[in-house]
Design a protein around this ligand. Sequence first.
Ligand SMILES: [Zn+2]
Ligand SMILES: [Zn+2]
Ligand SMILES: [Zn+2]
Length: 152
Amino acid sequence: MKKYLEVCDKCEREFEWSNEGDVWPGGKDRENITCPYCGNVTGSKITSGYIAIHTHQCRYCGSMLIPDEGGADRRGTIRYECSAADCYGVFFSENGGPIITSEERCRSAGPICDNCGRSLRGGSFTPKWSEGNNPDDSIKCPHCRHINYLWE
Ligand SMILES: [Zn+2]
Ligand SMILES: [Zn+2]
Ligand SMILES: [Zn+2]
């Protein structure tokens, strides 16, 4: 069944919905599309089936994940928290990508510049001893040109 993306106009979180069940001409009712996070009714559809809401699930316990209010931040990252009170699952999605754990996110972002805090991806790498007097690998930050030494 085709899924539609909906952005809640109250909490600005995104979710998906689909029109499920017995969809046939006749016997139609107006079904509400309700935000699963704040309960706001964002729209409705006239259908003989029903509206199913799709949310992401916690990889640890299977409960619903709740994205941060306001949707993605400036870098396009959405942070999700598990809705179960006894689970501390926290997940991220970058630029519409898959939902990953914070460990996976650190691994994909790689090292961060000591000076400006941005990713060192794309910086120029200098292997240790390549210049005779540098006992550590280093990466020059592509954003601020700060030399970051990589300790093992
Ligand atoms: Zn909402
Ligand atoms: Zn959980
Ligand atoms: Zn930097």
